[in-house]
Design a protein around this ligand. Structure first.
Ligand code: SF4
Length: 218
C-alpha cells in the first residue's frame, strides 16, 4: 500500500551522531511501545508532530543531501514500523533521487517482529538497530542506546558502512524553533547529569523529553 503522508516530529541535517558519515535524520511521530526511560517521549503521541506530504519530505531530504554532501539517512522516532507504509514510500522516493544513500532504522521491536510487521520496510533497511530501550543495560556501542539492542547489517551496503567498533558515543546539540535538540545515544543517566550541571550554572531546562514532563531528544 502506498501512502501519501507521514507524521513526523522533525528533520535534521547534517548529523554525525546518528550513524556513520554525514546524515539526514527523520524522527517519525508516534510510538506505543513505551520503554521506561525513553529519551524521546515527545515523539510518543501519534497525533503530535506534523503530517507531511511524503513527496515534499523526500524533496526536502534530497535538497539537504545535495547541500551538505550527505551519505545516509537515519529514521528514528517514535516508531518507524508503526508507520511502515509511509516510511517505505519515503525511502523509495528518496532513493529515486539519491541512489547511493544508506538507510539506518531504529526500532523498538525485535528484528523478527519488525520484519513480520513490514517485510517491505525491513528489506529496504541497510542497517537496523532493534529492541526496546532498557535503561538498566548500558551499551558501549555508539549506535545502541542499551546493551540488549542489536545492530544488524542487512544489505551489502549495510555490511560495508556499518562495521562500527564499540567506542565513545557522540552527541550533537542544535537549537531550532525554540527547542534545544540533543542527537545521539546518551548513556543512562547522562541527560539528568547534564540537566543538573546546567542548573549548577544557573541554566534551567524545562519540558525535557526524558521524563514525564515532556519535550525533545534521541
Ligand atoms: S525508545 Fe523508541 S521504541 Fe522505546 S518508547 Fe522510546 S521511541 Fe518508543
Amino acid at each position: 500500500m502506498t501512502v501519501d503522508t507521514i507524521r513526523i516530529s522533525r528533520v535534521a541535517a547534517p548529523l554525525t551522531a546518528l550513524g556513520p558519515g554525514r546524515r539526514a535524520g527523520i524522527w517519525v511521530q508516534g510510538c506505543t511501545i513505551g520503554c521506561p526511560g525513553c529519551a524521546s517521549m515527545d515523539t510518543w503521541d501519534p497525533s503530535g508532530g506534523a503530517s507531511r506530504s511524503v513527496a515534499d519530505l523526500a524533496g526536502q531530504i534530497l535538497e539537504l543531501a545535495a547541500e551538505h554532501d550527505l551519505t545516509g539517512l537515519s529514521v528514528t522516532g517514535g516508531e518507524p514500523f508503526q508507520q511502515a507504509d509511509a516510511v517505505v514510500a519515503l525511502i523509495d522516493r528518496v532513493r529515486d533521487g539519491w541512489s547511493d544513500t544508506d538507510v539506518l532504522i531504529f526500532t523498538g521491536y525485535a528484528s523478527a517482529a519488525a520484519r513480520r510487521i513490514s517485510r517491505e520496510l525491513w528489506e529496504r533497511t541497510d542497517a537496523l538497530v532493534s529492541g526496546p530501550y532498557r535503561r538498566d543495560l548500558p551499551s558501549a556501542h555508539p549506535l545502541l542506546g542499551s546493551g540488549n539492542q542489536v545492530l544488524e547489517r542487512i544489505t551489502s551496503r549495510g555490511v560495508e558502512r556499518f562495521g562500527l567498533a564499540p567506542g565513545p558515543t557522540r552527541m550533537q546539540v542544535s537549537v531550532a524553533e525554540g527547542a534545544l535538540h540533543l542527537v545521539g545515544m546518551p548513556a543512562p543517566g547522562d541527560l539528568d547529569v547534564l540537566r543538573e550541571r546546567l542548573a549548577e550554572r544557573g541554566i534551567r531546562i524545562d519540558g525535557v523529553s526524558w521524563d514525564d514532563e515532556s519535550a525533545e531528544t534521541r
